[in-house]
Ligand binder design. Structure first.
Ligand code: DC
Length: 223
């Protein structure tokens, strides 16, 4: 069967990772959560006290970072230099810092080069902010996902509480707003809807409805 690249972009907690992960499972494709890659770099920078204003320190840090993904008990799991960091990269500590790291051009070049390699054989669903616009501008299917700030706050707060973090909805809402602003206004590959991306507002869709709509689009392309 004709294998394609599916690029899914959108702001934080709009449902894009759930959609990307499920589509990949149903199609037998590889799923890559590029946000996890930016989060892993952020974790390394924090744990090693890297001065992000010092270009040499950033270059040295990047030369020491290896990111990989493994499927553990059906869960896509991020590894940083061979250590499972899946839990650590999802904390608010990382969320507070990640957009500042993701705006650094050297960091973006470093990760985009790896994303290109991951997609070279197609059969991949990649989610992020710049996948349809910068990483794979010729992806066969590009989706741009959105949802209201309120529904994104609910979704993210529920996820964090389930993981045992004690946070308030207000703190989650403010973090989402701040990241939206930095992610969509940065100079290097900002969050932007590619001209040929299909918009999908998930605010009033159930998870299953969202998946069904996207799956139908894929089927129309590959059948
Ligand atoms: O999807 P997420 O919330 O886990 O992403 C974390 C941060 O990484 C997000 O605030 C912006 C950045 N990011 C990016 O700049 N480009 C991507 N392709 C993916 C994520």
């Amino acid at each position: 069967m004709n294998k394609i690249i599916i690029a899914i972009d959108g702001s934080s907690s709009c449902g894009k990772s759930t959609l990307a992960r499920t589509l990949a499972r149903k199609l037998g494709y590889r799923f890559i959560d590029t946000g996890a890659m930016y989060r892993a770099v952020t974790l390394y920078i924090l744990e090693n006290n890297v001065d992000i204003k010092d270009a040499e320190q950033i270059a040295l840090a990047l030369s020491r970072i290896t990111i990989s993904f493994e499927n553990i008990n059906g869960q896509n799991t991020a590894f940083l230099n061979g250590t499972n960091v899946e839990k650590k990269i999802r904390t608010m500590r990382i969320s507070h810092m990640v957009s500042e790291i993701a705006r650094i051009p050297e960091v973006r070049r470093f990760l985009v080069a790896q994303q290109h390699v991951m997609g070279k054989d197609k059969g991949i669903v990649m989610d992020g902010r710049d996948i349809g616009s910068v990483v794979f501008p010729s992806a066969e299917l590009k989706l741009f996902i959105s949802a209201s700030l309120e529904s994104r706050t609910e979704r993210r707060a529920a996820e964090l509480i389930e993981r045992g973090e004690s946070i308030t909805k207000e703190a989650v809402r403010e973090n989402l707003k701040k990241r939206d602003l930095i992610d969509s206004t940065r100079a290097d590959s900002p969050l932007i809807r590619a001209k040929d991306a299909i918009g999908l507002d998930t605010t009033h869709l159930t998870r299953d409805q969202m998946i069904e709509i996207a799956l139908q689009m894929v089927k129309n392309l590959i059948d």
